[in-house]
Structure formats: C-alpha cells, structure tokens
Design a protein around this ligand. Structure first.
Ligand SMILES: Nc1ncnc2c1ncn2[C@@H]1O[C@H](COP(=O)(O)OP(=O)(O)OP(=O)(O)O)[C@@H](O)[C@H]1O
Length: 281
C-alpha cells in the first residue's frame, strides 16, 4: 500500500537531516509499528507520509503512485490521529465532528463511536471542558470519521485509562479486520505485541531493524528454559539453554531425580529488544 525508498528530510532551520534515508513497505491490511526512542523521527516520518511536510527527498508511493502526484483525493483515503489532539475548544464534540465531516465525501457513524468510547453523554459539551483522555478519544473518532482505508496513529492510547485503551485497541484491530491498513507509532510494547504485524525500529533518523514481533523475539530471545523444582523438600530454580537440553546432564538429573514444580521457556520481551536494538530505554 505504501512503499518508501531512501526517504530523507531536513527541517528548514536545521543543518542536519532528521530522516536519514529510510526504506520500508506497508502492505495492505497490515498494522505496521514505527518504534524508537523519543526524538528519532517517528512523528516526522508520519508527517511526511501524510503530506504535512513537503520537500522530502526519496520516493513515497501510495497504491503504486507517487504521493506528490495525488491531489486532495489522497486525504479522502487516509485518517490521521495526531499525537497532540487538536480540536476547536469552543465548539462541542458534536460540532467538532460535524465540522470535519463536511470535508469528506464519506462519513462514518460517529454517534456509534461516541457511544462506544463513552463520549455520547458529553457530545454537547464544549471540548475545552473535556479531560485529556476525553480529547484523546475524540481525536481517535476524528481519525475514523471519513471511513479511511489507511490510518496513521501517533500514540493513540496515550493518557487513556486501561478500559478506554482496550476499546481503542479493539477498534484498531476491527479496522484491520475490515481490510484497513495502519501505521502506528507507540512507546507501549504491549500494544505493539498485540496489534502489529510488522515493526520497524528507528534510531537517529534511520531504520535499524524491521521484522515481525514474533521473529524479533526468536532472533533476540535468549531461548532459555527456566525450571523450578523441589529437591528434598527445598524449592530450587535453574535455567538451561533450550538448544542443547537433550545433552545437558544437570537438566537430565533434575528431570529424573526431583519433583518439577514449573517449567517455562523464556522469551525476550519486546521492551528488552527495544533497548537492545536502539540502545535506549
Ligand atoms: N518543526 C521542527 N523544526 C525543527 N526540528 C524539528 C521540528 N519538529 C521536530 N524536530 C526535530 O526532529 C527530531 C525528530 O522529531 P520527531 O518529533 O519526529 O521525533 P519522534 O521520534 O516522533 O519523538 P517522540 O517519540 O518524542 O514523539 C527531533 O530532534 C526534533 O527536535
């Protein structure tokens, strides 16, 4: 759906490129996670792909055509959830949505979304009186109000309580199930693990790794087996490499002569992989 080749970008007042030649592809129907520590260029990449920043170098193709060859029809196709919710604070939630709906050919049922995200009772309240979490939820509805085919989300669950974060994640998964494609930026590795088909790690304006979450865990995981056993009434713990369990005498001895309490293969968490790849917490 999106194909990005050798993308570079320098902010007008900066000396150095913020995006330093990145390549990736987002396939139709997948959720692609763009990850990395603060300041590496994730939001800048999103802004370029959504055509908020021009003057990039390299090539960006959407549905096979360069994004610079699209006119306003490009915006009919995409939905964008900015990191910082931007609303008209003197208008009500409903007035905000009605305003933005007028910009599009097709409109979604926003009442149903307001209901689902618990905002329907407050739809006639001025957005200036909304809490941060309410603004984030309204922002998400705005991203979906034109029934987009491609959704750009920058930290969509930021500042939400677990219940509302759950609803947003369900809605993202449903969007994908209905054939939608998503570019997701987040710091929350649980969200990545749950939602993303592919992830790209950025560090200092470059992509340093692209893979599926599962492959990353296999590649970076320690592949250890942790065994908890009872030996003469005393609880003990031991870890073994999964790869040579068959030949490991100590492991064989524990299996034969002790009572096994628990046994778990140890996977690397995405949080640890993130730190390992990007070198930053
Ligand atoms: N308008 C701007 N003018 C100049 N430099 C900018 C501008 N916006 C962002 N930058 C710089 O570009 C770099 C990348 O910023 P960007 O917002 O893309 O990072 P990010 O990875 O999205 O970070 P975060 O996770 O904190 O949102 C940073 O060094 C930032 O200071």
């Amino acid at each position: 759906m999106f194909s990005i080749s050798d993308l570079k970008y320098c902010y007008p007042k900066n000396q150095e490129d913020t995006i330093k030649g990145i390549d990736f592809e987002i396939k139709t129907g997948e959720i692609f996670g763009l990850l990395g520590p603060s300041g590496v260029g994730k939001s800048t990449t999103q802004k370029i792909l959504t055509r908020q920043l021009d003057d990039f170098r390299g090539e960006i193709r959407y549905q096979g055509k360069s994004i610079t060859d699209y006119s306003k029809d490009f915006y009919q196709d995409i939905g964008v959830g900015f990191e910082m919710p931007v609303h008209f604070s003197r208008l009500t939630a409903e007035e905000n949505l009605d305003f933005f709906k007028k910009l599009y050919d097709v409109n979604a049922d926003t009442d149903a979304m307001l209901e689902r995200l618990g905002l329907y009772p407050d739809r006639n309240k001025k957005v200036g009186e909304f809490s941060k979490g309410m603004k984030v939820r309204l922002n998400f509805i705005r991203a979906l109000l034109n029934k987009p085919r491609m959704l750009f989300l920058d930290e969509p669950t930021n500042g939400l309580d677990p219940k509302n974060a759950r609803i947003i994640k369900d809605m993202i998964a449903e969007f994908k199930a209905d054939g939608g494609t998503v570019l997701l930026t987040t710091h929350l590795m649980n969200d990545v693990e749950e939602l993303c088909d592919q992830v790209a790690f950025m560090a200092d304006g470059k992509i340093v790794e692209i893979n599926t979450p599962k492959n990353l865990k296999l590649e970076y995981g320690s592949r250890q087996l942790k065994v908890e056993y009872s030996d003469n009434g005393e609880v003990q713990e031991a870890s073994f490499k999964l790869d040579d369990l068959g030949e490991n005498q100590e492991f064989q001895q524990i299996i034969k002569n002790t009572k096994i309490l628990t046994m778990h293969s140890q996977e690397m968490t995405l949080d640890n992989i993130f730190i390992k790849i990007t070198g930053r917490d």
